[in-house]
Design a binder for this molecule. Structure first.
Ligand code: NAD
Length: 353
């Protein structure tokens, strides 16, 4: 066995249907008594519910999180936390809300208690992002990693089906890429494989009944593991492509991850047989790429970049941008290779051989 380093940098997790009941005691456990609850405007009701549960341990609600953490939105939230004398921030929502909490923590070192309601996984990573003048900058800082995460599948029951499914594929993509990361290790691979297994088990059940708590539980458990491995693994071609396509053409994020996933797996397959074997084991099928495509078809996800609004005329620029600052990737990344990949992704044409 090769030597490895395992950095278990995730916080405390409280998981289960009804786990949100522990919110007051978990805030107390952090030594906090003045919690500021964050959400998006659309999820203000959850923020208000959590705030009610906190009783005297709350100082306010700030339901103003938006996608990609614009710097002005972050500054307002930081000022609000300071004005109210908050000693902890509670992020109730998806990656946008958790991203805003991270911006506050980065500046003030306040502890974050995250209550995720999507499968994006930001709550498990020390990665933050801030958008200034249309440019998103990301970084890593231990201060932004939530100290506590409460995963309550009951709070995900209202996540719309389409969003749930693409969010689930987004999580699978985190794990797939972690399986062949240059810093992968036996533990991160175990977690990634189990994360994929849990999502592949949960997602079809959501298609049948989005309110099914058991399926929701599997998905959220999978999302936790996939988020955790995202936080501990170096990203490769898949994430690079998604950052370029999302950042430059403002395509919907979870949908891009979904559409791109089988293409990058096909691109890398021959170079990473162990990763493919783990995906196949997790999915219970002999061909990882065709299994992913079949699952996408079964769950009715978008299949092509064209469906997301990408134009053929944009492909050359996309390939050039990927080549500008390529991430490590197990198969060498070439301009011709990336161009062929995005051409196939545009049309939803996957090489499953
Ligand atoms: P999101 O947080 O933007 O949420 C999308 C929409 O869904 C919002 O309107 C939100 O209010 C709503 N929503 C969330 N949960 C809901 C629920 N249970 N029921 C009904 N509506 C709900 O989406 P996201 O995909 O979770 O996060 C995307 C953002 O997170 C991006 O900016 C991305 O870059 C970031 N992200 C960061 C990391 C990291 O490690 N830093 C990891 C993953 C994603």
């Amino acid at each position: 066995m090769r030597s490895f380093t395992f950095d278990a940098s995730t916080g405390r997790v409280v998981f289960g249907a009804g786990a949100i009941d522990y919110l007051p005691s978990e805030v107390e456990r952090l030594g906090a008594s003045r919690a500021l609850v964050l959400s998006t405007p659309q999820q203000a009701r959850i923020a208000s519910d959590l705030s009610m549960r906190l009783g005297e341990r709350r100082v306010g609600i700030h339901p103003h999180a938006v996608m990609h953490v614009p710097i002005e939105v972050a500054r307002t939230a930081i000022e609000e936390a300071g004005r109210l004398g908050a000693d902890c921030v509670i992020a109730a929502g998806g990656g946008s809300t958790i991203g805003l909490a991270k911006a506050i923590a980065l500046q003030s070192a306040l502890p974050i208690l995250a209550v995720p309601t999507t499968y994006a996984g930001s709550e498990m990573t020390p990665i933050y992002g801030l958008t200034e003048e249309g440019l998103k900058k990301t970084g890593r800082d231990a201060r932004v990693l939530p100290k506590t995460v409460i995963y309550d599948p009951c709070l995900t029951l209202d996540l719309p089906l389409k969003m749930s499914i693409t969010s689930g594929f987004n999580a699978i993509a985190h794990a797939a890429e972690a399986l062949y990361a240059d810093n992968a290790n036996p533990i991160s691979k175990l977690m990634a494989e189990e994360g994929i297994r849990a999502l592949v088990r949960g997602l079809p059940g959501l298609r049948e009944d989005p309110q099914d708590l058991n399926s929701r539980s599997h998905c959220l458990y999978g999302a936790w593991l996939c988020g955790a491995v995202l936080g501990m693994s170096n990203m490769a071609l898949h994430h690079k492509l998604c950052h370029v396509l999302g950042g430059t053409w403002n395509l919907p994020r979870a949908e891009i991850h979904t559409v791109i996933l089988p293409h990058v797996l096909a691109y890398n397959a021959a170079a990473v047989p162990d990763a493919m074997e783990r995906i196949e084991r997790a999915m219970g099928t002999p061909n990882a790429v065709s299994a992913i495509v079949a699952l996408m078809q079964r769950l009715g996800t978008p299949m092509s970049l064209e469906e997301l609004g990408m134009k053929r005329a944009d492909l050359v620029r996309a390939a050039l941008l990927v080549m500008e600052l390529p991430y490590h990737n197990p198969r060498p990344v070439t301009y011709e290779g990336v161009l062929a990949l995005v051409e196939d992704a545009l049309m939803g044409r996957v090489d499953c051989s």
